[in-house]
Design a protein around this ligand. Structure first.
Ligand code: AMP
Ligand code: MG
Length: 283
């Protein structure tokens, strides 16, 4: 493969560190990438092959008694492209190694439990790549904006979520948290496309306009989430999402980085390979 075309590592440039301000964030930018879309698409294909190999190694490790896993957490407003990440990024790996879950409005049963109950039940099995389309973070986003529980209740959740994630990381789950940020203008265009195209009508929900009208409140809630839960062990990556190709490339790189850091190797066989070759020859 050719040399690394990133000017700056996406892991560095997209990480929400102290002092990160959503206010001055540009959703139409392509930070760290000065090549064009075609180069980005090509890079993504190459990195996707590597990602698929590593994910197979993780799967093999899980089959051999390993307990590690990777969890991709996707957050973003409607039309930010969470579904596209699933299809185009996660879609590059073998689906048998993927545990996918999406979290909508809680059911009555879910509401009767602690908010992390449904999350725990959906965590990736050993050896799997788990993908959350929305997550426990809705419990400090929509829940905060819509006043679904009192402020002291959602306010206590940031620390609780950090403790929960520390527990997961301690148990061998690498967590990659991605917030996809689409601009207000781009969201309008994408919602309009959903209304104009019969094949996209199913994606439109009249309630999306209510959330759109509360953009500033959502931005504050996202900012608070980043301030409180972008931790050393499970940092947030804020990905500009007006350019779908960029967002998909960036998430591919972030995932790949998490897999690389696992230092995966093919598991050693539990049988004598040479002896088995001889046995097979003899058949
Ligand atoms: P979608 O992702 O388009 O299928 O929409 C799912 C909807 O469920 C979004 O409007 C979310 O804000 C909402 N949702 C997800 N989790 C929660 C939660 N814990 N409480 C209330 N609404 C939620
Ligand atoms: Mg929606």
């Amino acid at each position: 493969m050719s040399k690394n075309p990133w000017d700056r590592s996406p892991v560095e440039v997209l990480r929400a560190g102290p002092g990160f301000r959503l206010e001055s964030f540009d959703p139409s930018a392509t930070p760290g990438w000065s090549d064009d879309k075609d180069d980005g698409t090509e890079r993504m294909r190459d990195q996707g092959e590597r990602l698929a190999d590593l994910q197979e190694m993780l799967f093999a490790e899980g089959r051999s008694g390993g307990t590690r896993s990777v969890l991709l957490v996707l957050q973003g407003m409607d039309t930010a492209g969470k579904g596209g990440i699933l299809r185009h990024v996660v879609g590059m790996v073998d689906p048998q190694g993927v545990d996918h879950a999406s979290f909508g409005k809680p059911t009555d049963e879910e509401l009767a439990h602690h908010y992390l109950w449904r999350i725990r039940r959906a965590l990736p099995q050993p050896g799997r790549l788990g993908v959350f389309d929305r997550s426990h973070y809705e419990d400090v986003l929509v829940v905060r904006v819509e006043d679904l529980v009192p402020p002291d209740v959602w306010g206590a959740r940031y620390d609780e979520i950090n403790a929960f994630e520390a527990e997961l990381v301690g148990a061998g789950t690498a967590i990659v948290k991605v917030a996809l940020m689409v601009s207000l203008e781009e969201q309008k265009a994408r919602l309009m496309e959903r209304l104009e195209r019969p094949d996209k009508h199913w994606k439109y929900n009249p309630a999306d306009l209510a959330a759109r009208a509360k953009w500033p409140a959502y931005r504050s809630a996202y900012q608070a989430m980043l301030d409180h839960t972008s931790t050393e062990i499970a940092p947030w990556f804020v990905v500009p999402a007006d350019h779908k190709w960029y967002a998909r490339l960036a998430v591919t790189e972030l995932l790949l980085d998490a897999f690389e850091r696992l230092g995966l190797r093919w598991p050693a066989p539990t049988y004598d390979v040479e002896a088995e070759k001889h046995r097979l020859q003899a058949t």
